[in-house]
Design a protein around this ligand. Structure first.
Ligand code: KG4
Ligand code: ZN
Length: 346
């Protein structure tokens, strides 16, 4: 029987667990999201996140094993998110993974969270083929990478300040929306009228593949202040929707233009979109249209694998282990800050 890898993701506010078997695919996966717990505070509270991972991880591992009808003895390796992310949250997944791997006498492997996102479109059918360009757009990262194979990642450009997801989240907060802001803002924007407000497209014409989103947040703040009724400090619903629409347009416009430029620069014709912002409908429409027009093709993970999940970690672990047998060395550390191009070389 071919290898079964257990994947554990705990880098932020989601506990994701999955079992992946080479040759058969995903056997089972599950996710517990802490969104309801953190929404009271308007963002992730790291200490609460760690404590919740502690409570969830073992029951969720048991759940996927039950669903897949897999026993502990059948698990051949354990992959976990080693970074980047919240230190305490990462430590929960890393310690459970290594303790269990030690007890079972099987290898453990630390996976870069973004490598998980980057490879997740390979779980879908049709899957892209190497080489391709990846647009990684999450709450903490905005990067364009050239991907030549497993572990062969070259950074083409990235954000100099805020990530695209952060721009969505911060703008959503300014519009009085809940956390996480991206999906909420997209929902509100659907009722907005396009083109009523013009927001800046930072670095759109910079001639390189770098991004900057912090100026957008300031422009949204100014717009919100200008549009608020001075006495009551409230905007009417339509104005909020119109501004949300302008924010989404601006972010999508920059992401789509830079992605097209990355394909032109590398001479490649496949774009893979990964990370939570990849769930955005307008972004998908724009990329399909812009890149399709030039004969290119865009690949997305299934919606449930766009945001954080355990499947991408089990899958990336299985691919890594197929390349290189894992180590039975259970000393571990976590890397809250970790550069993907560096991780590939290590
Ligand atoms: O990859 P992810 O789940 O977690 C990180 O690793 O950061 O990405 C979360 C980010 C958040 O900023 C969230 O607001 C954004 O993805 N997001 C969206 C949408 N769904 C999630 N942004 C825009 N539109 C969406 N539909
Ligand atoms: Zn993520």
């Amino acid at each position: 029987m071919s290898l079964i890898t257990l994947g554990i993701e705990s880098s932020c506010d989601e506990t994701g667990i999955a079992l992946y078997q080479m040759g058969r695919g995903l056997l089972a996966h599950t996710l517990h999201t802490q969104v309801a717990m953190h929404s009271e505070y308007g963002g992730v509270v790291p200490e609460l996140a760690s404590r919740d991972h502690v409570r969830r991880v073992i029951p969720l591992v048991r759940q996927v094993m039950r669903e897949a009808d897999v026993s502990l003895a059948q698990i051949s390796a354990i992959a976990y998110t080693q970074g980047p992310g919240l230190g305490g949250a990462l430590l929960v997944g890393a310690s459970v993974a290594n303790a269990l791997a030690y007890a079972l006498d099987i290898p453990s492997i630390g996976i870069h969270h973004l490598e998980g996102h980057l490879l997740s479109p390979l779980l879908s059918d049709p899957a892209p083929e190497f080489p391709f360009v990846a647009l990684l757009v999450s709450g903490g990262h905005t990067q364009l990478m050239r991907v030549d194979g497993i572990g062969q990642y070259t950074l083409l450009g990235e954000t100099l300040d805020d990530a695209a997801g952060e721009a969505f989240d911060k703008s959503a907060k300014l519009l009085g929306l809940g956390y996480p802001g991206g999906p909420e803002l997209a929902k509100l924007a659907a009722r907005g009228r396009p083109g009523l407000y013009k927001l800046p497209r930072p670095m759109l014409h910079s001639g390189d593949l770098e991004f900057s989103f912090s100026g957008l947040k300031t422009a949204v703040l100014t717009l919100v202040k200008q549009s608020s009724n001075d006495e009551q400090k409230i905007m009417d619903e339509q104005t909020r929707a119109d501004i949300a629409c302008a924010v989404q347009e601006a972010i999508v416009d920059v992401l789509a233009n830079k992605s097209r430029a990355a394909l032109a620069q590398t001479g490649l014709d496949q774009l893979v979109v990964a990370g939570g912002v990849g769930a955005n409908k307008l972004l998908r429409e724009r990329l399909n249209k812009d890149i399709g027009k030039r004969g290119g093709k865009v690949f997305y993970p299934d919606l449930e694998f766009c945001t954080d999940n355990g499947a991408m970690i089990a899958f990336a672990g299985a691919l890594r282990l197929a390349q290189q047998p894992g180590k039975k060395d259970y000393r571990f550390n976590v890397k809250p800050r970790w550069n993907l191009a560096e991780s590939a070389a290590s």
